[in-house]
Design a protein around this ligand. Structure first.
Ligand code: ZN
Length: 131
């Protein structure tokens, strides 16, 4: 079973917390044990798992990635969005979360973020529940 989640991002860079939406999809699947696979079918967006309690973590990650991947570098890609492509690959297009007793084994402070690097746009996130 593969579900497609629509994610609307705001701003050039944006981390959207999709944890509750993924939880709802898992609950509706009635899966007791297995894995949730998350996959982003884009080249300038990504998915990651990190702290969702303090919003400063999200802005620190965006600011640090912007520092690591400067806008004024010698990029050849004519579309002009090479920093977004580089950041997307650094963060990665997939995550896997184990399921136990019908729940994702996320730590207390962990949340799932859809990461936008060339927004704002309407994006897709694929979610596959396997048992
Ligand atoms: Zn491009």
């Amino acid at each position: 079973m593969i579900k497609e989640l629509t994610v609307r991002t705001s701003g050039k860079e944006d981390f959207v917390d999709v944890t509750e939406k993924v939880k709802r999809i898992l609950e509706n699947s009635n899966t007791d044990e297995g894995t949730v696979t998350l996959f982003v079918p884009h080249t300038t967006a990504a998915v990651t798992i990190n702290e969702n309690a303090d919003p400063d973590v999200k802005s620190d990650m965006i600011r640090t990635l912007n520092r690591m991947v400067p806008e004024d570098w010698h990029y050849d890609h004519m579309e002009g969005n090479s920093p977004a492509h580089v950041k997307a690959s650094l963060v990665g297009m997939s995550e896997i979360v184990p399921i136990q007793r019908g729940k994702m084994l996320l730590g207390t402070w962990q949340g799932i973020y859809f990461c936008e690097f060339d927004g704002p746009r309407t994006r897709k996130l694929y979610i596959k529940i396997s048992d």
